[in-house]
Design a protein around this ligand. Structure first.
Ligand code: DPP
Ligand code: ZN
Length: 845
């Protein structure tokens, strides 16, 4: 296995003036003819990437090349510099087999439809090409096929029966190439850009799915308008196409002018999609659209720079969702996701910086760190320079780098140039792994509050030393009567230890710390429960307010996991939340949803303890029951008051009310053994309520009738049945979940080669903390068995799912031994993919 190093990057010695491709599509034998016009710009041989190609001919300026040049298996085709003129056309004809392509990289079939996925290195499965992001070219693509709809990037040039030609004038790297051919129907709209250009918008789906594509199309229009308003970015082609496909390794892909989406991120109706699905559809439609500027017009020089486009584009989609919905709720959700996924990654054997400096398989680096932490780093830059300068900096970035393949250094430089700051130390956020732990000590005397902060980052694989970083600490001060005595102020911490003084205070205030979650750090501070309750009641910053309640809940849950009766203070605080719930239902729902078992385990581990999954589960159930018993009337009243008043709308207000209703229901469920849930399941007018009720019924062990009813209603709908496959292993009682998952896996409709279905069932079990970490190893064994089965079929999805094991080092010796044995069985598999091998090796290290 070859490790790639950032330090080894060298410029490509050729420029491509034009890339022409011709496809004769056939499921088992597609012919691809390429003509690539190269021009030398530096010294070196011509190296072309190819994988799994049956090469029929190669030529330089129409002079055939000896096929003996072809590499033995895989690898690069190298044509010596001496054999090449300054300018030449390289031509190849290859044959590929889309039907055999179960890995879903390159050109493949999904339900009879041809489609592609080329990021990161899929194009080499289509033809010989410099498959690296810094080689950009305009593309002309001709497609011949009997499929009725033939699409590629750019603008349509010609279309006749059985043939279409597309031209993409914007130079792009091969990873943004896309082709689709199938029996598709569009729902369409038009958009007029800032400067008055008219753009045709299409969302392409299978016949019959048209009524489910409307929300995606509306989201696209909102995204286009928002990017013009917020960033001054205008769309640049005559058409924008989105295609929904059922078999897809990721969420969606930003191919120039032809985005390809996992159908679960396109198709939605009130009956089939939850509020969360709608929000994700809007967010991902935005994300892929925003890539047109941050990713496509300005792309990455190499894959080590992946966060350059992903961190920035996640940041932009988060802003977009915040603007379309509730900015405060969105921020809290993002903080929760970051903690659950990225902090977890940063604390384990897979920790890596947002800009890694080596990898074996780049597909293993599409991670929470590159994406979500990458976005947090940009949030910090914005906070440090301020909103106005942020906008000016982005203008400069677009201006200076349009059409280029860039690096993190280029990105940092635009901030340095507009702000005059030296960001050398700040850059550590990109190059250093690990989550800093921020400790705050308080000293109060004579009206002066002195805050002393210390920062510390634990070693991560390959990075023993962690010099201090720049940490923007946003804080405010709340007086004892609940009034804010200091509005949000941003402190810039740059040293390992640093003090800040606040003078002239009348009475000792409570610090509202890390407002807006101003830096991706963990916080340790001495704070009493009364102070936490004061912040929960009075903090003006929604994030810090929610955090105060969340900390109270976590303290109680950690106490319960240790076998104490903790939770009285949290119970009292809940009374205030319930009283106030109707003023902001979405916020109240966030406060009423108890932190999950995984987070409790993380918290215990951070305090140096070995988490016991069974005790964590039992303790959390007990606390939920106590809270429900103490507040039953208020919870029941709210649950009814939040019933949908009118037609279903997937907006912030409607989804906020439903989330509060379901949060109350989940607590009451512990008292009534599913009685309320059953009533809601039967009366549900939308999938949000139906799925919420079903999850309660499964947790209560009262699900037989509901599951049968659900399957009967939605048996024909793959996306809805994915939910059915997911919620059972996820919500079942831990001692029954593995057996249940095994039963489900034996069903004929467990179509495990479909990534959505596989993730639903296997991922559902892996997300049931106490079941996956069962003391007898049965959870690990089940997941490992299926990973071994999937690896030869689909290495990418297999490798991603090995992350279920990344927390293994924090558990007891018995569990660790079971997990290691399961991973070693995977490692010993004959012909294990490079993808999975890299992941398993890192986890076992
Ligand atoms: N580039 C895609 C995305 O994150 C993933 N392949 O949008
Ligand atoms: Zn992206």
């Amino acid at each position: 296995t070859v490790t790639q190093y950032l330090a080894d990057w060298r410029p490509y010695p050729f420029r491509i003036a034009r890339t022409r491709l011709e496809f004769d599509l056939a499921p088992r034998a597609t012919r691809v003819r390429s003509r690539i016009e190269f021009q030398r710009i530096g010294p070196g041989d011509l190296a072309l990437d190819g994988a799994g190609l049956k090469t029929l001919s190669l030529a330089i300026d129409d002079q055939p090349l000896d096929l003996g040049l072809l590499p033995a298996e895989g690898g690069q085709l190298v044509i010596p510099a001496a054999d090449l003129p300054e300018r030449f056309t390289f031509a190849a004809e290859v044959e590929i087999d889309p039907e055999a392509n179960t890995a879903l990289e390159g050109l493949y079939l999904s339900g009879g439809m041809f489609c592609t996925q080329c990021e990161a290195e899929g194009f080499r499965h289509i033809t010989w090409y410099p498959d690296r992001p810094d080689v950009m070219a305009p593309f002309e693509v001709a497609i011949r096929s009997d499929q009725p709809v033939l699409l590629s990037n750019g603008n349509p040039v010609a279309a006749g029966p059985g043939e279409a030609v597309w031209h993409d004038p914007w130079p792009k790297p091969a990873y943004l190439f896309a082709l689709v051919a199938g029996d598709l129907r569009a729902i369409s709209d038009r958009f007029t850009t800032l400067s008055g250009r008219s753009v045709a918008l299409n969302v392409w789906v299978r016949p019959g799915d048209e009524p489910r594509a409307g929300y995606a199309l509306e989201s696209l229009v909102r995204a286009m308008r928002w990017d013009e308003q917020a960033y001054g970015r205008e769309y640049d082609l005559d058409v924008f196409n989105i295609v929904a496909v059922d078999d897809f390794n990721m969420g969606a892909m930003e191919n120039k002018g032809l985005n390809i989406f996992n159908s679960k991120l396109v198709l939605a109706t009130a009956e089939t999609a939850t509020d969360g699905d709608y929000e994700r559809i809007e967010g991902v439609i935005g994300h892929e659209y925003f890539h047109n500027w941050t990713g496509n017009r300005i792309t990455c020089r190499d894959w080590f720079q992946l966060s350059l486009k992903e961190g920035l584009t996640v940041f932009r989609d988060q802003q977009f969702t915040g603007a379309m919905r509730s900015a405060a709720v969105k921020r809290i959700q993002d903080v929760q996701t970051l903690r659950a996924r990225q902090f977890r990654e940063d604390a384990g054997p897979l920790a890596h910086p947002p800009r890694p400096d080596s990898y074996q398989e780049i597909n293993n680096f599409y991670t929470a760190t590159v994406y979500e932490k990458g976005a947090e780093v940009i949030g910090m830059l914005k906070r440090l320079v301020g909103d106005d300068l942020y906008r000016k900096t982005l203008d400069l970035y677009f201006d200076r780098h349009d059409g280029q393949a860039c690096t993190i250094e280029d990105w940092i430089k635009v901030f340095e140039d507009t702000s005059g700051r030296d960001l050398t130390q700040f850059k550590r956020w990109y190059t250093d792994a690990g989550t800093p732990r921020l400790t705050m000590a308080e000293d109060w005397r004579d009206g002066t509050l002195t805050l002393t902060f210390r920062q510390e980052t634990a070693p991560t694989p390959g990075q023993p030393e962690k010099p201090p970083r720049v940490i923007p600490i946003a804080l405010g001060l709340i007086g004892p009567n609940g009034d804010e005595v200091l509005p949000t102020t941003v402190l810039e911490m740059t040293e390992a230890e640093q003090s800040f003084r606040f003078q002239g205070l009348g009475a000792r205030p409570v610090v509202s710390l890390l407002r807006g979650f101003s830096a991706p750090v963990t916080v340790a501070r001495e704070i009493g429960v009364d102070q936490q309750a004061l912040l929960l009641a009075h903090d003006t910053d929604a994030c810090a307010r929610w955090q105060a309640g969340h900390d109270l809940a976590l303290d109680a849950l950690v106490g319960r996991a240790r076998g104490t009766e903790a939770g009285a203070e949290f119970g009292r605080a809940i009374a205030g939340v319930l009283d106030d719930a109707e003023t902001d239902p979405a916020f109240a729902a966030l406060c009423l949803s108890l932190p999950g078992e995984e987070e409790i385990a993380t918290t215990l581990a951070a305090q140096g303890e070995i988490p016991d999954p069974d005790a964590i589960h039992a303790g959390r159930e007990a606390l939920a029951r106590d809270i429900a018993a103490a507040h039953e009337p208020a919870l029941a009243r709210l649950c009814d008051a939040m019933a949908d008043p009118g037609p279903y709308r997937p907006d912030a207000e409607g989804s906020g009310r439903r989330s509060l209703r379901l949060a109350c229901l989940a607590l009451l469920n512990r008292l009534d053994a599913g009685a309320r849930a059953e009533a809601l399941f039967d009366a549900a007018g939308n999938m949000t309520e139906r799925q919420g009720a079903l999850e309660c019924l499964i947790a209560a062990g009262r699900d037989t009738r509901a599951l049968a009813d659900f399957a009967q209603r939605f048996g024909e709908n793959r996306l809805v049945m994915d939910k059915w496959f997911m919620v059972q292993p996820l919500r079942a009682a831990p001692d029954r979940a593995v057996a249940r998952a095994r039963d489900l896996a034996a069903r004929p409709d467990f179509d495990w080669k479909n990534p959505n279905r596989f993730r639903a069932l296997i991922g559902g079990l892996a997300a049931n903390h106490a079941a996956f970490h069962a003391a007898d190893g049965s959870g690990y064994d089940f997941v490992a068995e299926w990973l071994m089965r999937l690896d030869p079929v689909n290495p990418q999805t297999t490798a991603r799912m090995t992350t279920a094991f990344e927390t293994m080092p924090r558990y007891d010796a018995g569990r660790r031994a079971h997990a290691r044995a399961a991973l070693q069985r995977i490692a010993a598999l004959q012909g294990l993919s490079r993808n999975t091998r890299e992941m398993v090796t890192r986890i076992l290290a």
